[in-house]
Design a protein around this ligand. Structure first.
Ligand SMILES: CC(C)(COP(=O)(O)OP(=O)(O)OC[C@H]1O[C@@H](n2cnc3c(N)ncnc32)[C@H](O)[C@@H]1OP(=O)(O)O)[C@@H](O)C(=O)NCCC(=O)NCCS
Length: 155
């Protein structure tokens, strides 16, 4: 497996990968708009022989603090370390990483916990969600925020 930094040329590929993993549809243009933002960064994992895409991670933030907007591995290659490789690459770009995930997404929560992320306390979750996300109140209620150890060391 190889990885490379995400660029505008990958938007159609990651829209397809996203559609395989989520019911919510994000268009190629939506990814192009996101990737065009200066604070957005991410990585694509692909087969080193065939170039077939395996998964991607998309983040926003800076070298101090960043959030994972989305991460996905195509179903046929899950539990082989694809997301772990992507997460490791993303975390090299920032000191502290955090993310929001649906409370019932147990596989994702397990994945992040395996990599040292922990659920942030309710009060801090509310502060982060208010500061960083424009998401509906219902989604706030049905999500948790996880952060890595460096985040907990600071707060
Ligand atoms: C979460 C996700 C990205 C993990 O990708 P992956 O490439 O399979 O992850 P890795 O192989 O690096 O890590 C596997 C670990 O993740 C956790 N995990 C992954 N799938 C799991 C499942 N179905 N049940 C329980 N734990 C699971 C486990 O800790 C697992 O370790 P193990 O295999 O030793 O038990 C993938 O399941 C996915 O794309 N899900 C749909 C999209 C999504 O929900 N993204 C996260 C929210 S943004």
């Amino acid at each position: 497996m190889n990885i490379c930094e995400l660029g505008l040329g990958h938007c159609a590929v990651i829209a397809d990968l996203h559609a395989e993993s989520f019911t919510e549809n994000w268009s190629t243009q939506a990814f192009a708009d996101l990737i065009s933002l200066p604070a957005t960064f991410g990585f694509l994992a692909f087969d080193r022989d065939s170039d077939d895409p395996f998964g991607f991670v998309l983040c926003q933030g800076d070298d101090i603090e960043a959030e994972i907007i989305t991460i996905a591995t195509r179903p046929s290659v899950r539990r082989k370390g694809v997301a772990a490789t992507l997460l490791k690459a993303a975390c090299t770009q920032t000191a502290r990483m955090f993310l929001e995930v649906a409370t019932d997404n147990l596989s994702a929560i397990s994945f992040y916990e395996k990599h040292g992320f922990k659920v942030v306390p309710q009060e801090e979750k509310d502060r982060l969600l208010e500061k960083y996300w424009l998401i509906p109140e219902r989604q706030v209620e049905t999500s948790v925020v996880l952060a890595d150890q460096k985040w907990f060391d600071l707060y």
